[in-house]
Structures are given as structure tokens and as C-alpha cells.
Design a protein around this ligand. Structure first.
Ligand code: ADP
Length: 253
């Protein structure tokens, strides 16, 4: 049974969450209404106003989609996924997200293990990690996406940091960006915690990644040094099945 403290902590979290969304959404609606009012006054500048409106609508859509994904946390549709295949399929999407100035390097084992996860969710998580990396990078440097087959033995060092002994597919996204000061690192997984300028960050990317990884039976770890960069590592349990399931039909991005 939940204790009173747990209940009140949960209520507090929900309150914070609702407040954050209401605030962001109010700003978006404000942009829309201000632009419509200006259009009604002055037809000349309609095109620019419409672009502002569309931009705000896109932000609103992104916010509600992330919120729904966060609130739902269910259902996942796991299948046996080969991570190298999935990343290969995301190639152009990832490059578009990173932008032309940032190089993406891939490090893959000869025979990566399979993992049992929801491929659409894994795709969302990886895209979010690459966007976070880009946002920390000021349009220079490189992002490395490394896949590794990892066995955590019961007496291994990683076991001590809370990664349960098991076979995992590890996917690590490393950037050469700004890194995180300790006080940001401590709060990075909190829903709606963001250091990004208003309208840019929702503060849901890492908390969603955390939720997805936990639900998939895995672990997520952050390593970061200010001015050097950040590595986000996710450990997904190895699937026993040798042949991956056919890849899903990609969602349009
Ligand atoms: P958002 O990206 O919308 O801010 P996230 O939950 O994905 O939300 O990230 C929360 C915060 O963690 C970011 O605002 C940023 O301060 C920090 N952060 C996340 N990824 C990185 C990274 N790769 N490098 C530096 N800081 C990061």
C-alpha cells in the first residue's frame, strides 16, 4: 500500500506537471491569438503571421504528444529488435535532427544482440537523445552512437551502480557539447525540468526515456563533464530470439 508521504509526493509531482503544461500551453495560445489579431488588422503581413501561427500550433502538437506519451506510459508493443537495423533505418532522420555541421559517428559490434522493446518508442528515445546532444553543441563537434553487447556479471563494477546482472544491448549516445553541471544532472530525469529557453524544451525527453527504459526492464545512466560533453547510456535486456521480428512501418516524422 502507498504511504501518505508517497501519495503526497505523487500529488505534488502531478501538480507541478499540470502547472508546467498549462503555462507552456497558455504561451502557445497567446502567440496564436496575437497573430490572428494582427492579421485581422493588416492583411499585408498575413504570410509571416501565418507562419508564426503554424509554428505555435506545431509546438502545441509536440507538447500534447509528449504529454500523452508520458501520461500513457502504456501500452508498449514490444517486438524483437535488432538495434543496428533500427538505427540504420533512422539514419536520415538523425542526420536531419543533428544538422549539417554536426557529424554522427556510429560504432557497432559485428553481431549486435537483439532486444525486446517497442521499436517506435526506442526510435523516439534515440531521436530525443540526439536532439539533446545537438542542443548542447552549438553547431560543432560530433555525436557518437555506440552499440555494445554487454554482460553484467553478478560481481562486476556496473552491478554496483545498480545495473542488474544480465545480458544487455547497450546503446550510448555521446556528444562533445556543453556537459551538465551537477545540479542539472541531479534533476535531468525530472518531468518538466528544462534549462532550455522558453518554447524550446519541454523537459520531458529524459523522463520519457527513463520511463521507457524502466518499463522495458533496462537501465539508463548519465555521465557528463562540463565543457567536455555527455554520454547517455541505455541498457536494454538481450532478447533470446536470434532472428529479429520484421521492422515496423516507420511513423512519419
Ligand atoms: P528538454 O530537452 O526538453 O529540456 P530533457 O528531459 O530531455 O528535456 O532534458 C532535461 C535537461 O537536461 C535539459 O534541459 C538540459 O539542461 C539537460 N540535458 C539533457 N541532455 C543533455 C546533453 N546531451 N547535454 C547537456 N545537457 C543535457
Amino acid at each position: 500500500a502507498r504511504t501518505a508521504l508517497e501519495r503526497s509526493q505523487k500529488l505534488e509531482a502531478v501538480g507541478k506537471l499540470t502547472g508546467g503544461v498549462a503555462h507552456d500551453f497558455n504561451n502557445i495560445l497567446h502567440i496564436i491569438s496575437a497573430n490572428v489579431q494582427l492579421m485581422m488588422r493588416n492583411e499585408e503581413s498575413s504570410r509571416k503571421r501565418l507562419l508564426n501561427i503554424m509554428d505555435a500550433v506545431e509546438r502545441g502538437k509536440k507538447l500534447t504528444a509528449q504529454l500523452l506519451a508520458f501520461a500513457r506510459r502504456q501500452p508498449l508493443h514490444p517486438s524483437v529488435v535488432n538495434p543496428a537495423q533500427l538505427i540504420d533505418r533512422m539514419d536520415s532522420l538523425l542526420h536531419r535532427a543533428a544538422g549539417d555541421a554536426i557529424e554522427i559517428r556510429f560504432e557497432l559490434p559485428a553481431t549486435p544482440w537483439n532486444t525486446l522493446v517497442d521499436p517506435n518508442q526506442l526510435e523516439n528515445v534515440l531521436l530525443n537523445l540526439v536532439i539533446n546532444a545537438r542542443d548542447a553543441m552549438n553547431n560543432q563537434g560530433h555525436i557518437t552512437i555506440a552499440i555494445e553487447n554487454v554482460t553484467i556479471a553478478p560481481d562486476s563494477e556496473l552491478g554496483e551502480t545498480g545495473v542488474k546482472p544480465n545480458d544487455y544491448v547497450k546503446i550510448a549516445v555521446t556528444d562533445t557539447g556543453s556537459g551538465m553541471p551537477p545540479e542539472v544532472m541531479e534533476r535531468a530525469f525530472e518531468p518538466f525540468f528544462t534549462t532550455k529557453p522558453e518554447g524550446k524544451g519541454t523537459g520531458l525527453g529524459l523522463s520519457m526515456a527513463h520511463g521507457f527504459v524502466k518499463q522495458s526492464g533496462g537501465h539508463i545512466r548519465l555521465a557528463s563533464r562540463p565543457d567536455e560533453g555527455t554520454t547517455v547510456s541505455i541498457y536494454l535486456p538481450r532478447a533470446q530470439q536470434e532472428t529479429p521480428d520484421p521492422l515496423y512501418i516507420p511513423t512519419p516524422h
